[in-house]
Write a protein that binds this ligand. Structure first.
Ligand code: FMN
Length: 324
């Protein structure tokens, strides 16, 4: 039903869903599971060395024959070397995070690699459009991880009015209602992160998964605002302490935050770990496989959308007539 949408055709996927690029979380097994379930799985390269990235890409290719993406953070000191690796390995899709990919885009285009860029502002969207990316992912501040300041509800229509490049909505989406809403706002698909941390295939520490299941919609907090790099994390004694300390002692806070995401992800360390998650943690109530998550979401979205998206109706008519 969704596979005839332009985004699905561009990416060669069944459902217009991209697994948000996530440092630590976005390993080959999770990316491949999302791709095998009909979405676009993404390897998060932010936490990987070049060698690890190479082997995760190889592993992903061994686990799925479907397209997948690699998230490349423009702030990564190894961004150039990683871009060279992605070109060499000809990954199907590259998603740029945290900045303007500029000249990188043309190099990927020449190799027929699809490019997408994540933005939380109109200015960056314009820069990405000028750079020639194929898709712009608008990420609202409900998201987990590094965030901007505008909500998904406002950012997506603003971007849809501003650029001609297809838009994908990210931030706060965890079920079919969010997907249906994203279409109404002007997006052609969704990018989802937090929901997939609590999946069978994610190798996040069990404490992390349980914190997401227990969280309500008010159980995240934004740390690092005073340091100039706001990050949405789950409320824990550690994140509350950081929040309180921020104004007084920036250096001390920086050193406490260093490596704190790894401590949360790998060890479930409640005293020293930053558990990155979006407000949608409050909408996540079970740990399921990626396939179960994606099929349930899109069945719900289809029910909600079938009266409003004409070509879905048309396709359904054909299906009922037996003409396709
Ligand atoms: C644990 C975590 C790590 C993330 N790491 C990255 C990253 O390395 N690069 C990136 O571009 N976005 C990163 N993000 C943002 C996601 O790719 C995605 O846009 C976001 O999670 C969507 O919002 P949601 O969490 O409400 O689903 C991260 C998000 C989370 C929750």
């Amino acid at each position: 039903m969704f596979d005839s949408l332009p985004l699905c055709r561009l990416l060669g996927i069944k459902y217009p869903l991209i697994l948000g690029g996530m440092a630590w979380v976005g390993k080959a097994a999770l990316a491949a599971a999302v791709s095998n379930a009909g979405g676009l799985g993404t390897i998060g390269s932010g936490s990987m060395t070049i060698e690890v990235l190479r082997s995760e890409i190889d592993r992903c290719r061994a686990l799925t024959a479907k397209p997948f993406a690699v998230n490349l953070l423009m702030l990564d000191p190894d961004a150039e070397a990683k871009a060279a690796l992605l070109l060499e390995l000809r990954v199907p899709v590259v998603v740029f995070g945290a900045g303007n990919p500029g000249v990188f885009v043309e190099a990927f285009r020449r190799r027929e690699i699809v490019t997408m860029g994540v933005v939380s502002s109109e200015n960056l969207a314009l820069l990405l459009e000028r750079a020639g990316v194929d898709v712009i992912i608008g990420e609202g501040c409900e998201s987990g991880g590094h965030i901007g300041s505008v909500t998904t509800m406002v950012l997506i229509p603003a971007l849809a009015d501003l650029v001609r490049t297809p838009i994908v909505a990210a931030g706060g989406i965890a079920d079919g209602r969010g997907i249906a809403a994203a279409f109404m706002l002007g997006a052609q698909g969704v990018q989802i992160g937090t929901r997939f941390i609590a999946s069978v295939e994610s190798d996040a520490n069990d404490t992390y998964k349980q914190l997401i299941l227990k969280a309500g919609v008010r159980d995240t907090i934004v740390t690092g605002e005073d340091l100039g790099h706001p990050v949405r994390v789950l409320k824990t004694p550690f994140s509350r302490k950081i929040k309180k300390m921020e104004r007084q002692s920036a250096d001390e806070v920086e050193s406490l935050l260093l490596g704190s995401f790894r401590k949360a992800y790998q060890n479930g360390n409640l005293n020293e770990g930053s558990f990155l998650a979006g407000q949608s943690a409050g909408l996540v109530h079970d740990i399921s496989t990626c396939q179960e998550i994606i099929e349930k979401m899109f069945a719900q979205a289809a029910t909600l959308l079938e009266y409003t998206i004409p070509h879905i109706n048309e396709r359904r008519k054909h299906e009922q007539n037996g003409s396709i």
